[in-house]
Write a protein that binds this ligand. Sequence first.
Ligand code: FE2
Ligand code: FE2
Length: 184
Amino acid sequence: MKTNVTQVMVDEHKLILRMIALVEKNTELLEQGKFRDWQFYLDAVDFIRNYADRFHHAKEEDVLFIELIKNGMPEKQSPIEAMHMEHDQGRAHVRAIEEAAQKALAGESGQAAIIAENARGYAALLRGHIEKEDDILYPLAERVLPEEVRERMLQAYDRAEAATPELEETYRKLVEGYEQRLAS
Ligand SMILES: [Fe+2]
Ligand SMILES: [Fe+2]
């Protein structure tokens, strides 16, 4: 049995999907005129930037994708290039959400539609993205990566996690807090 190098990221996807579900539900309420918590969107942006992007996508881009390329997967016109592009598309939606939520907090009108459009765009993008990684790219990585590179991959993940020790806990609590608010 080979050392698993993708389960940690499958697990991270689960917390990211919980935040995406919150974004979808709150955006539905926003569109019905029943939700005006602009701070939620700034917190979602913070989660996405620090947890999804810096923490999770960094493991993919700096460790997993690099090993796949070293082990024969092309860098261009390949699943790796597609995943990189989707990470970048996600970042563009996040910037738009942040800008509109800040304007809304400052009292500028007309921001809800911009937030909703980008929130929905981001949620759909990331759901599809996570599905491709969970169902196609990660299983492929588990098949093709040789055992001898796996230990150093896990060490690289550990180093990334050690750089921000409280991060996982902080963002899990953020998600739980908004889940409770939605349920009450
Ligand atoms: Fe990804
Ligand atoms: Fe991912």
